[in-house]
Design a protein around this ligand. Structure first.
Ligand code: NAD
Ligand code: ZN
Length: 373
């Protein structure tokens, strides 16, 4: 565990360019850190956001990737929870189990993660080096690399029987969307729901609504190719905003006789966030923001909320990550949760730019990338 590992990684040198496969150096884990061999990783829209949409020039060069599964290679001093050989999922949202946030059932945020966040994204603290230059570790983990080093609060042990090229999706997308419905919206039996955006996040939200007992689930997307998959996860109605002249909130209002009980925005567009809010029934509607953007602020007339609606957001679906991810893995192993159905493509890690392009053009749900020897 004392040695530097040289391995393959996808480095994003600057925004709006393809990533390049490089040889990088991965430092040994220091105190309270774990070095992981990544076996499978998938691409999430948040990686694309950083690369193409965020409009920030900071945060480069970077190794992106935050949805993955792997095997512990070595551990730093003070690490007792993990041993080499353990199957694990890295966590972009930490859980230290010790701070006042972790001890509260009201949140899945971790105060220690907050104080470490600047640290984790700092090139000075990064454990990854390429061509003599420190490279940012995206969201403190960087899974587009054969090996990575994370803090022990940013990784969780899972069932050793779990197939890593499937459960990697539980590192972000599926837990985020599913939890947004189940933990954050708290969808209840017999309710009517609308899900905006049918990528992995939105489809997982549809699955969450279904498992929570919703009787009607309206799937909304401007790409009608997504409707077939939405049906697999339990959607009952399908709406393409482009097929209508009226605002989509009005369309849903009329379809539901006054608005849906729950809506989930899984796009990352402030206009859609407002539409999702205004699609809910004024008296008790709950709308959850799941999509990510820093480009614009959201807005709505105060009367929208004064009438009785609730507007909230969710990170990682409200799951306390270290506890929740192994439970979700178990749910999958016990056939209580669909995972395989999200995987539309499998590729080798070298094809990562193809996977990125496919997501950019709405041609996939999730592509799983695996490392070949
Ligand atoms: P994706 O690109 O696979 O899916 C997005 C979907 O939204 C696509 O099907 C697209 O056609 C659809 N869409 C685009 N504009 C639309 C519109 N105006 N109306 C309806 N549908 C529209 O992305 P994904 O990986 O599923 O991620 C979705 C969002 O969730 C992203 O913003 C991502 O950054 C965010 N995210 C948030 C968290 C969190 O913790 N809150 C975690 C992961 C991802
Ligand atoms: Zn993600």
């Amino acid at each position: 565990s004392e040695t530097v590992i040289k391995c393959k990684a996808a480095v994003a040198w600057e925004p709006n360019k393809p990533v390049t496969i490089e040889e990088i150096e991965v430092a040994p884990p220091e105190a309270d850190e774990v070095r992981i061999k990544i076996v499978a990783t998938s691409v999430c829209h948040t990686d694309l956001y950083h690369l193409f949409e965020g409009m920030h020039k900071d945060g480069f060069p970077v190794v992106l990737g935050h949805e993955a599964a792997g095997i512990v290679e070595s551990v730093g001093s003070g690490v007792t929870e993990f041993q080499p050989g353990d199957k694990v999922i890295p966590l972009f949202l930490a859980q230290c189990r010790d701070c006042r946030f972790c001890k509260s059932p009201k949140t899945n945020q971790c105060e220690k993660a907050w104080s470490h966040r600047a640290d984790a994204m700092s090139p000075l603290r990064s454990r990854l080096t390429c061509k003599g230059k420190k490279v940012y570790q995206f969201s403190g983990i960087s899974t587009f690399s054969e090996y990575t080093v994370v803090k022990q609060i940013n990784v969780t042990k899972i069932d050793p029987a779990a197939p890593l090229d499937k459960v990697c999706l539980l590192g972000c997308g599926i837990c985020t969307g599913y939890g947004a419905a189940v933990n954050t919206a708290k969808v209840d039996e017999g309710s009517t729901c609308a899900v905006f955006g049918l990528g992995a996040i939105g489809l997982a939200a549809v699955m969450g609504c279904k498992n929570a007992g919703a009787k009607r689930i309206i799937a909304v997307d401007i790409n009608p190719d997504k409707f077939e998959k939405a049906k697999v996860f339990g959607a009952t109605d399908f709406v393409n905003p482009k097929d209508h002249d009226k605002p989509i909130s009005q369309v849903l209002f009329e379809m539901t006789n006054g608005g849906v009980d729950y809506s989930l925005e899984c796009v990352g567009n402030v206009g859609v966030m407002r539409s999702a809010l205004e699609s809910t029934i004024p008296a008790w509607g709950v709308s959850v923001i799941v999509g990510w953007t820093t480009l614009h602020d959201f807005s709505a007339p105060p009367g929208d909320l004064i009438a009785g609606r609730t507007w909230k957001g969710t990170m990682f679906g409200g799951f306390k990550s270290k506890d929740g991810v192994p439970e979700m893995v178990n749910a999958y192993m016990n056939k209580k949760l669909m995972v395989d159905e999200f995987i539309t493509d499998n590729m080798t890690f070298d094809q990562i730019n193809d996977a990125i392009e496919m997501m950019k053009h709405g041609k996939c749900i999730r592509t799983v990338l695996t490392f070949t020897e």
